[in-house]
Design a protein around this ligand. Sequence first.
Ligand code: PLP
Length: 372
Amino acid sequence: MALAARLDAFRRRCDELTSLHAGYPYNLAYDYTPLLPFFQYTINNLGDPYVNGNYGIHSREFERECLAWFARLYGLEDHWGYVTSCGTEGNLYGIFLGRERYPDAALYFSRDTHYSVHKAARLLQIAPVAIDSQSNGEIDYADLEAQVARRGSRPAIVNVNLGTTLKGAVDRIDRVATILDGVGVPFHLHCDGALGGLLLPYIQGSPAIDFTNYPIGSIAVSGHKFIGSPIPCGIVLARRAHVKQIETAIEYIGSTDTTIMGSRQGLAALFLWYAITDRGDRFAEEVATCVGNAEYLRDGLAELGLDPLLNAWSNTVVFRKPSADLCRTWQLATQGELAHVVVMQNIGRTKIDSLLEDLSGARDRQPRAAVS
Ligand SMILES: *Cc1c(COP(=O)(O)O)cnc(C)c1O
């Protein structure tokens, strides 16, 4: 039957592509089969996660537990947030919150920042100010200070990268906060923790993501990256007091609609809740394994003379871009002369050895088999 054959073929392709994938920061090793029965329901958390609407088939209780878990992780007691459709939506929300607090603010971000932040500036019509990056991808603090100071008393929305996309570089929350306090402008500090939001808390000696001791306004984290999910998703978390400011404005037009999207994935909240409940205790172990394997890959690449870079508190290994064939086989993300591998939970030593063998050219004359 054509329908079944088509799906079978697609499934085989998914299996094969999953076994060889190495370029994107997605944990592809998870088991959500106990949640399969929930695909029979239209679970929709439309609107605010803390206000149950009239539509009864929702997973808000699980969503709120996820948010409380993240809030504890980041030392934020009085929190508000929601499960987003991806990290991009979380960045858009955090920057939106900043703009609602300071309508005439400029938006500062390093040149290594993810394109979702540029998009937020465009959508929200905020003046973007690109700050120089250091060669490791971290923001140039002196340039940030100069650019904020240049604009006098103009408020600042600052995007802080907790792991940049290409190089995995971490901007320092403490240093950015000190600079903003020093210049003395009102500010909203948003953290883009798409991947690193779940790495840093588990790495000893890494900069703390701590709302109690730092003036962080909001943070966005992707759900399908470190945690892993068949449905792209994420979370955004903010200080409840800031969100209250916007809520009032919205009540004025007669709406309690606080999220960017209307209908929202109830299944995604369930996936995140399940992963946190089932594996949360092992996240530290998973991070340690990923970072250890990233070091192993870096050392292997150095032996091949491919000039690898592995930033502190990161599992992203950057190196000289290999052949187009190889980039396609391993689905490597590339930029200019650089490629990277993000060593996630599904990339163990066997797979790394196989990738290194490909990169060394040793397998050029042999057909390859899928690696498990
Ligand atoms: C992946 C990523 C994003 C966007 O996340 P999506 O979930 O793909 O929308 C934002 N910022 C950084 C640094 C990322 O790596």
